[in-house]
Design a protein around this ligand. Sequence first.
Ligand SMILES: Nc1nc2c(ncn2[C@@H]2O[C@H](COP(=O)(O)OP(=O)(O)OP(=O)(O)O)[C@@H](O)[C@H]2O)c(=O)[nH]1
Ligand SMILES: [Mg+2]
Length: 419
Amino acid sequence: MFLDVAVIYCKAGNGGDGVVAWHREKYVATGGPDGGDGGNGGSIYFQADHSMNTLISFRYTQHWNAENGANGAGKKCSGKSGADLIIKVPCGTIIRDAETNGIIADVFNDGEKVLVFKGGRGGRGNARFATPTHRSPGYSEHGEKTEKRKIKLELKTIADVGLVGFPNVGKSTLLSVISAARPKIANYHFTTLSPNLGMVEYFGDSFVVADIPGLIEGASEGVGLGHSFLRHVERVRVIVHLIDIAGSEGRNPIEDYKAIRKELENYSIDLANLPEIIVANKCDLLYGDETTIAELEELTGEKVIQISAATTEGVQELKREIALKLKELPPLAPLEFEPFVYEEKDRSSFEINVENGIYYVTGGYVEELARRVVLSDYDSFRWFQRCLRDKGVIDALKEAGMQDGDTVCIMDIEFEYTL
Ligand SMILES: Nc1nc2c(ncn2[C@@H]2O[C@H](COP(=O)(O)OP(=O)(O)OP(=O)(O)O)[C@@H](O)[C@H]2O)c(=O)[nH]1
Ligand SMILES: [Mg+2]
């Protein structure tokens, strides 16, 4: 099954907590602090893999979590770092933030590994807080907690050439005669339901051709298989526009050409502006009548390449034409985009709200502080109070009307203020 858009949830690993521990040894009276640090949480990477061509696996697995860092231990033992998670995706997968649709990364070249979500830092153990003047700190830090992110994966196939045209004009037949690809071919509409890729060799040159499902009038408004498959020819270098020149289904080839052009324009102006090679297929059914070809050439002002994918007549010339055209064009490149970056948590601000006589302090600064404090420890709590004072939180609380004996709530820490 083919899937080219998927929404998943990712969470990098939390940092492990630092611990409080004391060195204990026979005949050593005061061993000092030896609590180790927590390990860092695992990060999430995305890696392009050329052997994949669909995002279907993301339909079944929607939650992707990297491992948390382990907590530290005594004897200055650091916790184990969480293992990184490497998520394999097809080449050409664009990663977007699902809320804003901002592009985080375009995983383009085979094997390319992109760091998307960094794991949380481990907290420091009490051994780290010892100083000459404060030799037995009884507190440690909690590890950094990471957030779960909702992201959208979008596959935009990477190919040099995109085959477009009405259903049944012979796109898959053409791909099967110019490459080793074996797409399904049949005499009915929408034989092709998902993009097929084929590698074409031409005298030492090679290029990738993408065959997509047929387009019909109104595709850009969702008729037929819709225009969603045009995503897969969006970043090709040249479009090969195939027409059933014999009008074997009773349609008019000239009108067909105009209709497809209109759909391309409706989809995106960039797509419509791509260089185009016009190919008249099924010439074997023309029996020498070239009036339609002349008419098409007059309409477009371009040379129309005549082929029969069935008999392979003219196919070699088409390959040459494509190879020559590609030589003039810039190589395939990843998207140019302003990368979306998640807002760094503001770790310096705080806010005070008073509700029912209780003073609630929220904001990045106090959240970070609360992560570091160990309330059961006297030293740690004193340090916490000192930070609140130095940062001006106490002054701000007083300004808000706090009096002796009032209750203050900072995250999940609740205490009574005494002068
Ligand atoms: N006579 C003749 N028939 C052809 C030629 N090329 C393709 N056909 C026939 O046209 C029919 C449709 O061919 P496909 O290659 O499946 O067409 P398609 O454009 O991929 O169609 P969809 O996948 O449905 O969009 C098949 O029966 C082919 O055998 C040709 O050059 N001459
Ligand atoms: Mg087909």
